[in-house]
Design a protein around this ligand. Structure first.
Ligand code: G6Q
Length: 537
């Protein structure tokens, strides 16, 4: 029922003129804005919405049992139905430490234990008391991991670089392309390098291959015994870690109720804790926890993740938007779009509902973005004048961490002017009034009515950063509930983990017959031939 109403309403909304809507309703901003603790302001007034739209979208959320589903997640119910798992990244940042049960057991004592283990270890690395095999303190920390075991800590390291210790260098190796590890090792000295092997499963080809290369590098220079001082692991797989030769005492565990792309808050954040220290890491957890409470307790009309989620679903499912841009006007957040790409696209890039039936609405859009103002000089052209509807999120801090440099007003001016321009556009009459040559008017006209959210953060601190990431996690959750998809599995990613295995054996052993399609066969043959020629030169 709600879907028929929304589909009808979408036809009306196509005719909305946002510029007029603002002229006719002086309260539009007041009505369509909400804030989190005076720290994060969400202005969603420049969206293709009316009062009626919001009422209907909230009705959709109600009918999808969003409230009950938020509670189910936070209470540890096994909402990841295809993998029969609870989804408890929120427990990792449960700073008021209330008990959370999975299979009748409170998970908090173990979470707190690992946090303390991380605390102790990160302090030792930071103050130089953790020594390498030759008695020297650590100078370089290399996180080896991929996907969820890389993107979160790598993005957060850049986001919180201002708060990072100066005496250590941090590197992130993810790609199985040997260039990634080779270029990193060139910058490091084995005597003073600590490797953190981050892999939930400890079976991921890329990570284990890079870890093996790093291991050989250390063993060659310092001998087998050096492993225990230069390698630690973050994983759920103790046996795998042991088999690799890492002492389980140097292992930081997490649990299957933490999804890879939601694991920044777990021991996967170890490199981040070494970088910013335990206290700031827990401030980040506290910010995320505060957003969790906001999500759980705030009425939906004032609930930031719910608002972002219902509007996101509105565009994807009813207004035909196939993409979505996230545009942080903050250099520290330059990796946020890449991080959100995984969070959003891996979670909601689904076409089957939780029931097993095909979805009836379009689900997660293609997410892209870059730090402002850089994007303005490249892909914004398409957002302003292209044929696609691209909802956007503009994000910026009111205060820069580098105020002293004195450029922040220019950045903010751009940040504020862009959504305004997208919304108002420029009419032919306005161009004529400016004396623009008649022949150029079609090219210089801007349709306007291009929607955006504006997210204004007081300042980037570990706390506000934690809240911002949790905001997006819950936005994605909200959308998943509306679409009734399982946002917590990723069979599409797992396929990739399998596929290359067969081809690899065929590449290595050229006597193996090939049974693929003609294109795949020819590609394998070409690589075989060229590499064989090289071998025999
Ligand atoms: C995340 C995905 C995926 C995963 C990587 C690494 O939600 O499951 O990105 O994080 O494939 O997996 P491992 O941590 O097991 O190595």
């Amino acid at each position: 029922m709600i879907h028929t109403t929304l589909a009808d309403h979408a036809k009306t909304i196509q005719k909305i003129n946002l510029r007029k809507a603002f002229q006719e309703d002086q309260n539009r901003f007041q009505k369509f804005s909400a804030s989190f603790e005076n720290q994060i302001l969400l202005d969603y007034s420049k969206n293709l919405i009316t009062d009626e739209t919001m009422t209907l979208l909230l009705q959709w959320a109600k009918e999808a049992h969003l409230k009950e589903k938020i509670n189910a997640m936070m209470q540890g119910e096994k909402i990841n139905t295809t993998e029969n798992r609870a989804v408890l990244h929120t427990a990792l940042r449960n700073r008021d430490n209330h008990p959370i049960y999975v299979d009748g057991k409170d998970v908090m004592p173990e979470i707190n234990r690992v946090l303390e283990q991380m605390h102790h270890f990160s302090d030792q690395v930071r103050d130089g008391s953790w020594k390498g095999a030759t008695g020297k303190a650590v100078t370089d920390v290399v996180n080896i991991g991929i996907g969820g075991s890389d993107l979160g800590p790598a993005m957060a390291h850049d986001a919180l670089a201002f708060y990072r210790i100066d005496s250590l260098r941090f590197h992130f190796v993810s790609n199985v392309d040997g260039t990634d590890i080779a270029e990193t090792l060139k910058k490091c000295n084995p005597e003073t390098t600590l490797f953190i092997i981050s892999s939930k499963t400890f079976t991921t080809q890329e990570t284990l291959t890079n870890a093996q290369t790093a291991r050989n590098w250390v063993v060659q220079k310092l001998g087998e015994k050096a492993i225990e001082k230069h390698f630690v692991a973050v994983s759920t797989n103790t046996e795998g870690v042991k088999a690799f030769g890492i002492n389980p005492e140097n292992m930081f565990i997490f649990w299957d109720f933490v999804g890879g792309r939601y694991s920044l808050w777990s021991a996967i954040g170890l490199s981040l804790m070494i970088g910013i220290g335990y206290t700031r890491f827990t401030e980040m957890l506290a910010g995320a926890h505060a957003m969790d409470k906001h999500f759980q307790e705030m009425p939906f009309e004032k609930n930031l993740p719910v608002i972002l989620g219902i509007i996101g679903a509105w565009y994807a499912s009813y207004l035909g938007a196939e993409s979505y841009a996230v545009l942080p006007y903050d250099q520290y957040l330059h990796r946020l779009p890449a991080y959100l790409q995984q969070l959003d696209m891996e979670s909601n890039g689904k076409s089957v509902q939780k029931t097993g039936n095909a979805v009836t609405l379009s689900t997660g859009p293609v997410l892209f973005g870059a730090a402002g103002t850089n994007g303005q000089h490249s892909f914004y052209q398409l957002i302003h004048q292209g044929t696609h509807l691209i909802p956007t999120d503009f994000i910026a801090p009111v205060f820069s961490l580098n105020e002293a440099v004195g450029q922040h007003d220019i950045l903010l001016a751009n940040f504020i002017a862009q959504p305004e321009a997208l919304m108002t556009g420029k009419t032919a009459d306005e161009l004529r009034a400016q004396g623009v040559d008649e022949k150029l008017i079609p090219f210089r006209t801007f349709s306007g009515n291009r929607p955006s959210n504006t997210i204004l953060i007081e300042k980037i601190t570990p706390y506000t950063f934690g809240a911002l990431i949790a905001l997006y996690e819950h936005k994605v959750f909200t959308e998943g509930v509306l679409w009734n998809v399982n946002s917590f599995d990723q069979f599409g990613v797992e396929l990739g983990k399998q596929l290359a295995k067969n081809v690899l054996t065929e590449l290595i052993d050229s006597s193996q017959p090939l049974h693929h399609d003609s294109s795949t066969n020819a590609l394998i043959q070409t690589v075989r031939q060229k590499r064989n020629v090289l071998k025999h030169k």
